[in-house]
Design a protein around this ligand. Structure first.
Ligand code: NAD
Length: 295
């Protein structure tokens, strides 16, 4: 029998903990955490993600500011808005929703965000601090996965962790976090990607398999060791005539056939996804309380 790692429930618990801390800040007349989000253009998925982030801010009692900009905004104009937010003492955390239009350099924009306000943990300073195991904002999805492993008391020390996918936002940071001398952590990590040879055999040696490659149902039962812990980061809409919406959400793992082999597994939806927003809120709380970068 496998454990379903319930990210929805855990994220609600984390949000309640954050809301309690915000209530205490309010009672004591302290600074209410304030998150600013910049959304460029009209991409549907980005609007949904940013909308959910703003709504979650309200849920826990944070203040939020949404700056919407047209898709044809100039790079200079966007950089100016980032600078304004950097300089605004009322705002504790800033996120710039990706992807950005092609004419804007993601590197330039990311690099301009003040590390003290970079609650997405995307700036070179904060990625470097994460690699060094210094206090920092760990990017939201990897942070959420680490929190799930911690709260479900999944042993990681000395285990073989295979990560599939090497993106800057999920796979690469996950490989660093799992290898650090921390708990969770202390795993022996293999980072795999699109050029990896015989991925199925490598995946099958994993005690912990973290899957973030963006291909629906890629991981099948024959790629998973008996008793493994599987963390599925992928999220995809696939057509499903039986649903009112006409689609269902699935992950990178073929859940129904893989789950029976696992000791624990995250479902999609309701696994890693909800943890991402909870982690962003947590980072914003740390920023408001100046817990990472003390003045
Ligand atoms: P990405 O497209 O940036 O990176 C995919 C990685 O997978 C690349 O490093 C590539 O080398 C690797 N890859 C591609 N094909 C492969 C193959 N056949 N074998 C092995 N490796 C292969 O993806 P991403 O941004 O990391 O996102 C991955 C998935 O996770 C997507 O489905 C995305 O929607 C989802 N996601 C979910 C959340 C969440 O909050 N739940 C957050 C971020 C991403």
């Amino acid at each position: 029998m496998f454990t379903t790692i319930n990210g929805k429930k855990t994220s609600e618990e984390i949000k309640s903990e954050i809301a309690a801390r915000v209530a205490k800040i309010k009672r004591e007349g302290g600074k209410i955490p304030h998150l600013a989000a910049i959304l460029v253009g009209n991409d549907g998925a980005s609007q949904t993600y940013v909308g959910a982030k703003v709504k979650s801010c309200e849920q826990v009692g944070f203040e939020s500011t949404l700056v919407r900009m047209d898709a044809d905004v100039t790079e200079e104009e966007l950089l100016r808005v980032v600078e304004d937010i950097n300089a605004n003492p009322e705002i504790d955390g800033l996120i710039v929703q990706l992807p950005l239009p092609k004419h804007i350099s993601v590197e330039k924009v990311t690099n301009l965000i003040k590390p003290e306000k970079d609650v997405d943990g995307f700036t070179p300073t904060n990625v470097g601090r994460m690699a060094l195991n210094w206090p920092t904002y760990v990017s939201a999805t990897p942070f959420g996965i680490m929190e799930l492993l911690k709260r479900y008391q999944i042993p990681t020390s000395g285990k073989h962790c295979v990560v599939i996918g090497r993106s800057h936002i999920v796979g690469s940071p996950m490989s660093i976090l799992m290898a650090r001398n921390t708990d969770p952590g202390n795993a022996t990590v293999t980072l795999t990607h699109s050029r990896t040879k015989d991925l199925a055999s490598i995946a099958k040696t994993a005690d912990i398999l973290i899957v973030a490659l963006g291909k629906p149902g890629f991981v099948t039962a024959d790629m998973v060791k008996e008793g493994a812990v599987v963390i599925d980061v992928g999220i995809h809409r696939v057509p499903d005539a039986s649903k009112k919406s006409g689609f269902k959400l699935v992950g990178d793992v073929l859940f129904d056939e893989v789950a029976p082999k696992c000791s624990a597994i995250t479902p999609v939806p309701g696994g890693v996804g909800p943890m991402t927003i909870a982690s962003l809120l947590y980072n914003t709380l740390l920023a408001a309380e100046q817990q990472v970068y003390r003045p």
